[in-house]
Structure formats: structure tokens, C-alpha cells
Design a protein around this ligand. Structure first.
Ligand SMILES: [Zn+2]
Length: 250
């Protein structure tokens, strides 16, 4: 039994550096990845997040100017194209673990037809109740997929190799996944921790639903990192330099 993890960049997130770190005055713009991950397990295939969807697609010639906030997806970057590039049929994906239901995490669900979406009940409820399409947009998450709403932890394959864990704070029902590979344990953080600096300095972004819960989550991540768990951050351009797309993470 072996399990493989792949990391893909399924879009770009361009914003001022201060968007990620509350109180940071840095007005320069950074261009960060929008990650999605494939977990290939003998008992099935799961994605952790799916990147951007069709409504963020742009032609490369129409890319954002370097001083503008926004999200963009270019040809060949959507999750279906990323999967096909490693000879995986998007319709063969069994599960989508949705860290949360913001569009840069669930927008690509539209490209993955047969999967069941695993989301925290409280996240699903918050997204359904939200009337601000800039925060949660039904186009992204209300896609007709089967939904498995959970409360708290889930051992996805029943063997401890993929543990879905609540990491509340960024949103009401944010969750992460801990993947146990032969070479060690990796936590796919998503937006409970945008960058390594958030963890090192124990600082949250200004845009955080519940700051108290967010700090509890950061402390949990710090303890896991101390024990040797590698953290894959939500939108960390520096970390992404160490990722090779299309090759298993080891
Ligand atoms: Zn995000």
C-alpha cells in the first residue's frame, strides 16, 4: 500500500503583502500560487482543494497589471488540465476535501464531475447563508456534487494516512488535511495559515472570521511543526519554489 501526494498551482493570487499579515505596512504586490493537491491512495483518489474556476480564467495577454488585486487562471492551469498532464482522468476522482468554500479553493470543483465533496457542516451552512457573493458565491460551491458534511475530524480511508482536521478561524468551518507519506507527515494548511511568516510570527491576516479560533489553529500548527510535520502553506510564493508540479511530493 503506497500513497502519493501531488501539488499543483491552479491559479494566481495577486495582492499587497499586507493582505496576508495584519498590521504589515508593505504596499508592494506579491503574486502567490493557488494550490490544489491530489492524494492518490490505493482505496481511492482525493483532491484537497481545486483551485480557481472558469470565472477567473483570463487570456495570458489580458493578465492583471502588476499593481492590481485579483485572481487569475490561465490555459493549462485548471485542475482538470493539471490532472490530465499526469495521465489522471478528472472523472476518476472520488473525493474533494474542501478546505473552505472561498472561490480560490472550490472554484475548480466544476472541472471534477464525479467526486463527493467533504466539507465541515458549519462551513457549508455559512456559505449557504452568506448573501455577499464576494465572500461565498454559489457559482463556485453549489455545483450539484454529492456533499458529505462532517463535524470535526475524519480518517478518510480508515487507515490514518489521510486525516481531515478542523482548523477553524479563517472561516467558520475551515479544515486542513494531514497526509502520512513514507517520508513523513505533511499538513495541507490552506488558508488557516497563508504563509510561513504567519506561523513564525503568530500573526493572522486582517481578513479572519474568528481571530481567537485562528490563533488556536496557529498554535496547533506550530506544535505539529515542532514534532516534524511539514506544513504546506495556503498562498506562499517562497514555499512554492520548492514544489515540482507533476512529481510526487516526498
Ligand atoms: Zn485562499
Amino acid at each position: 500500500m503506497s500513497i502519493s501526494l501531488y501539488a499543483f498551482n491552479c491559479g494566481w493570487f495577486q495582492c499587497k503583502a499586507g493582505f496576508f499579515i495584519e498590521g504589515l505596512e508593505d504596499q508592494s504586490f506579491v503574486r502567490s500560487p493557488v494550490p490544489a493537491y491530489l492524494i492518490d491512495h490505493p482505496k481511492g483518489r482525493a483532491l484537497f482543494d481545486t483551485g480557481l474556476g472558469e470565472r477567473n480564467r483570463r487570456a495570458i495577454e489580458a493578465r492583471l497589471p502588476p499593481d492590481k488585486f485579483g485572481l487569475e487562471l490561465f490555459e493549462g492551469m485548471d485542475i482538470a488540465a493539471r490532472l490530465r498532464a499526469i495521465d489522471i482522468d478528472p472523472s476518476s476522482i472520488n473525493w474533494i476535501i474542501a478546505s473552505h468554500l472561498h472561490n480560490d479553493h472550490c472554484g475548480g470543483m466544476m472541472f471534477v464531475p464525479n467526486a463527493t465533496v467533504i466539507v465541515q457542516s458549519r462551513e457549508w451552512a455559512a456559505a449557504q447563508a452568506c448573501e455577499d457573493p464576494w465572500v461565498y458565491n454559489k457559482v463556485d460551491f453549489d455545483t450539484g456534487h454529492s456533499v458529505k458534511a462532517i463535524d470535526g475530524e475524519l480518517d478518510l480511508f480508515g487507515d490514518g494516512t489521510v486525516m481531515i482536521v478542523p482548523t477553524y478561524g479563517h472561516t467558520p468551518g475551515h479544515q486542513s488535511a494531514i497526509v502520512r507519506l513514507a517520508g513523513g507527515e505533511i499538513l495541507l494548511a490552506a488558508d488557516c495559515c497563508y504563509t510561513e511568516r504567519n506561523l513564525n510570527e503568530r500573526v493572522l491576516p486582517g481578513f479572519t472570521f474568528d481571530k481567537e479560533a485562528g490563533l488556536v489553529t496557529l498554535d496547533r500548527l506550530a506544535r505539529l511543526r515542532d514534532k516534524g510535520t511539514r506544513i504546506m502553506f495556503g498562498h506562499d510564493a517562497a514555499m512554492w519554489k520548492s514544489v515540482t508540479e507533476g512529481a510526487p511530493v516526498s
